[in-house]
Structures are given as structure tokens and as C-alpha cells.
Design a protein around this ligand. Structure first.
Ligand code: VTB
Length: 330
């Protein structure tokens, strides 16, 4: 009996790994319709609505544990929201229906629709605040990076582990004044600094994608984005350390309410994603990781990456959507 249960839950998990592609595809198409319109809130809302609609069709009893919106007051798939058709496993859902709302509004590279699903109680329930992060791709021994070490030390240590000169290392950071010192320190080592205006879920994932030439992610970005990126690295390998940036009493209380007792805890991937997970992302605008949505005469084209931590399988799904009337509902 027990083995049948295990098998059927595995089967469901495998089915879900394909089904969640539909969710990010729909969110991406809905957001892409507003690409370049200068309306970040509207494109976010479109992605949220599509993602909610599609998630509600899935055979899951889900709860949003990583939602979006508190920081920039964007419309949310709010934390605690119940999703799915309730006939299925209890799961935690982390969503960023439109990661890079400004990228989409300005039709700049790298906007994506993304989500992660894991067993109930296994994803970090983080508030929508900042998070200090450091990440590298797979293949390095543990201890090569340390969130608490200065940026230049991390570069030197990584270069040594990679067997290259620091000048052959490329670091990626969000282009923010708060990173000025770290950028300076990294450049002093001779390493290259790659700056992104938004979109640090992809920024972290780039460290695990050889084609990008990115070796390390450093700096402060959103906590929700941190958990999503950790889910991706849980699937494809790599190391990540993070710490919430709790800089007010109000935030400290909110964090406590979410069950986080030690606000200063240094999280590893396994602390943020405490079991197996699924991760998916669809391109809204073309970036280093994914091609953006294309609207053709007779079809809509989407490009999605979907990952399963159970096997570490990464699928890239380019879809041709021909029933355009369905997409017009979005
Ligand atoms: C990052 C980035 C997002 O927010 O998390 C960033 O990945 C952090 O916040 O795309 P600030 O913009 O305040 O620095 C985004 O840029 C937007 O949500």
C-alpha cells in the first residue's frame, strides 16, 4: 500500500513538473502583451491574474508562501493565498509572476515569469524585504564562498578554486548605490563586474549556466527572489548563502510572525528549500537565460526552463501556442 502511495505521489510530481510550464507560460504571455507600455503595475497585474487562474487548475492544495508586492506595492498573489483545485498534495508555492516589472515596462532584456513548488512547510516563509545574497554555480567544494567575508576575498577564493586568475572571474550584481563599495572591491581584484538593473533570480541562476560566463552573484536583492533562486539552484546545483536584511522594528515583528525566530540566520540553500522542489521560468523579454514571448501571425511562441530537484533534470520547452483565442482571454 505504502509503495503505491509513494509511486502515485511521484507520478503527480512528474506531471506537475510539466503542468507548471503552462502556468509560467500564461503569465509571461499576459505580461508580454504590455511590454514596452511603461506600465509596470498593469503588466504585473496581468501576470498575477494569469498565474492565479492557471495555478487554480492544478491538482494541488497549495498555499502561497512567497508572494510579491509588499516592497513596490505591486498587486499580489498574497502570502497565505490558497491555490489549486484542492485535489492533490499540500504544497508551498513561491511566485514572482513578473520578475522585472520595470524591465517589462521598458521592454528591456531579462523579464521572466517564475515560480517554485515544494512540499508544504519546506520553503522559507520570507517577508517581502531585502536579502543579502552570495551564490556560485556547481562543482566547487563547500566553503569557497562566505556571505560574511568581504567581496574581494570571495573573488580571490573563487578564482583559486576555479584555478584561474581573479581577472578571469566575472561577478554579477544589481546596479544599486548600496553596492558601490563591493563593486569597487571586486574591481580591485581585477575581476569583471556585470551589472543588472533588475532581475536577480536570473542573476543567481546565471552562475550555474556556463554559457553566461558569470561565476558569482553578490549583493542585496529581494528576499522572495532569493528563495526562488535557491529553488533553482537546489535543482541544478551550486552554492548560495543568504541573510534577511531586517532594518526596522516593524519588519522584525513581521518576520517573527512568519515564524522566523532568528532574523540574523545565515541561510544555505537547504535552509530555504528544505526538500525537493520544482522550478519554472518563462521569458517575457529576451534575456541571457530565456527568449521572450513572440507574437506571430498564427501563433504565440514561448520559451520556458523547468527544473526538478529529484533528478536534477532541466527541460527547455519552446512552445508554439496555436489556439490564440484562449490567450486572448488573458
Ligand atoms: C531585485 C530584482 C527585482 O527588485 O530583487 C530587486 O531581482 C531588489 O529591490 O527584479 P530594489 O529594486 O529596491 O533594489 C527588483 O529589481 C524588482 O522587484
Amino acid at each position: 500500500m505504502a509503495s503505491i502511495t509513494v509511486q502515485s505521489s511521484q507520478l503527480l510530481e512528474r506531471v506537475l513538473s510539466i503542468e507548471i510550464v503552462r502556468v509560467t507560460e500564461r503569465a509571461a504571455v499576459s505580461a508580454a502583451r504590455l511590454r514596452g507600455h511603461g506600465k509596470d503595475k498593469a503588466s504585473d497585474q496581468a501576470a498575477v491574474d494569469a498565474m492565479r487562474r492557471e495555478l487554480n487548475k492544478l491538482p494541488i492544495d497549495g498555499t502561497v508562501v512567497i508572494g510579491e508586492g509588499e516592497l513596490d506595492e505591486a498587486p499580489m498573489l498574497f502570502i497565505g493565498e490558497k491555490l489549486g483545485n484542492k485535489i492533490g498534495p499540500k504544497v508551498d508555492i513561491a511566485v514572482d509572476p513578473l520578475e522585472g516589472t520595470v524591465l517589462c515596462a521598458k521592454n528591456m532584456p531579462g523579464a521572466i515569469a517564475t515560480l517554485a513548488i515544494a512540499d508544504e512547510g519546506t520553503l522559507l516563509h520570507a517577508p517581502d524585504c531585502y536579502m543579502d545574497k552570495i551564490a556560485i554555480g556547481p562543482g566547487y567544494p563547500k566553503g569557497v564562498i562566505d556571505l560574511d567575508a568581504p567581496a574581494d576575498e570571495n573573488i580571490m577564493s573563487l578564482a583559486k578554486a576555479k584555478g584561474v586568475k581573479p581577472s578571469e572571474i566575472t561577478a554579477i550584481l544589481l546596479d544599486r548605490p548600496r553596492h558601490a563599495k563591493a563593486i569597487e572591491a571586486i574591481r580591485r581584484t581585477g575581476a569583471a563586474v556585470s551589472l543588472i538593473t533588475d532581475g536577480d533570480v536570473a542573476g543567481v541562476i546565471h552562475t550555474a549556466e556556463q554559457k553566461t560566463g558569470i561565476d558569482i552573484y553578490l549583493g542585496i536583492g529581494g528576499a522572495p527572489e532569493g528563495v526562488l533562486a535557491a529553488a533553482a539552484l537546489r535543482c541544478i546545483g551550486g552554492q548560495m548563502q543568504c541573510r534577511l536584511v531586517i532594518d526596522s522594528e516593524e519588519l522584525r515583528e513581521r518576520t517573527l510572525k512568519m515564524g522566523i525566530k532568528d532574523a540574523k540566520k545565515k541561510y544555505e540553500i537547504a535552509d530555504m528549500v528544505r526538500g525537493d522542489c520544482l522550478f519554472a521560468a518563462t521569458g517575457v523579454t529576451t534575456g541571457a537565460m530565456l527568449t521572450g514571448v513572440k507574437f506571430e501571425k498564427d501563433m504565440i511562441l514561448t520559451d520556458t526552463v523547468v527544473m526538478r530537484s529529484v533528478t536534477g533534470t532541466v527541460r527547455r520547452i519552446t512552445a508554439e501556442h496555436r489556439q490564440l483565442d484562449k490567450f486572448h482571454l488573458d
